[in-house]
Design a protein around this ligand. Structure first.
Ligand SMILES: Cc1cc2nc3c(=O)[nH]c(=O)nc-3n(C[C@H](O)[C@H](O)[C@H](O)COP(=O)(O)O)c2cc1C
Length: 208
């Protein structure tokens, strides 16, 4: 069975710089045998989280927009690449809504995850960190790259001139797909069970 790598572009505009970099990564993933799927949040409707906490009980969001369909696609992926443009040193609003709305009910532990960011000049590292914090608390595994997978561009298409960013995205896609294919064959026995935090362990106690 082929490894499934999902790429999500969080730009609010279509055919954006972020989309181009995510697609470069997906193409690279395909070159090492992965099956890929690409979603542009600009084409989908995701409102803001209302913090009703219903999702903890329902296992989905109660709001009736595209979020649950996206979450289902994420659930069946073996690896997920999240791309976001820099918007005032933060992730884009659609990406933030996706992160907030999937925060409580979507379990992605043991899958491979990676972030890709495009900014014009500043804030790329902050946004990459933000994406990676999400992947991290989702208990996903983030592969390393020789440099941060970020690019610099203003108008749609400009990112093609950032050859280093294209290289980073290519390397990232390759590593994400390669790692995912190994984990598909050897799944990590991650558990949904919370770790027992009630027992106090003092320094020097034996590990049980
Ligand atoms: C609302 C808004 C805020 C932005 N803030 C920043 C910023 O803080 N730092 C930066 O370098 N670029 C900023 N930009 C520029 C975009 O990151 C840049 O144009 C990028 O190429 C957009 O990616 P996209 O084509 O994938 O949408 C901002 C753009 C918008 C629309």
């Amino acid at each position: 069975m082929k490894t499934r790598v999902l790429g999500i572009s969080g730009s609010p505009r279509m055919s954006s710089n972020t989309s181009i970099l995510v697609e470069v990564a997906l193409q690279s993933a395909e070159e090492v045998g992965a099956k890929t799927e690409f979603l542009e949040l600009a084409d989908l409707n995701i409102g803001a989280c209302e913090h009703c906490s219903e999702c903890s009980k329902l296992g989905r969001c109660k709001l009736d927009d595209d979020l649950n369909k996206i979450a289902n696609t994420m659930k069946v992926a073996d690896a997920i690449i999240l791309g976001s443009p820099v918007h005032y040193a933060s992730v884009s609003t659609p990406m933030k809504n996706l992160m907030d709305r999937t925060g409580r009910f979507l379990h992605l532990e043991g899958k491979i995850g990676a972030g890709i960011v495009v900014g014009r000049r500043s804030g790329t590292d902050l946004v990459l960190t933000h994406l990676q914090f999400y992947l991290f608390v989702k208990e996903m595994i983030i592969p390393g790259n020789v440099n941060w997978p970020v690019g610099f561009a203003l108008n749609p298409g400009d990112i093609r001139a950032d050859t280093e960013a294209i290289f980073m995205a290519t390397q990232l896609g390759n590593r994400v797909a390669t790692l995912a294919s190994i984990l598909v064959r050897n799944p990590v026995p991650w558990s949904h069970e919370p770790r027992p935090l009630d027992k106090k362990v003092r320094f020097g106690d034996e590990w049980k």
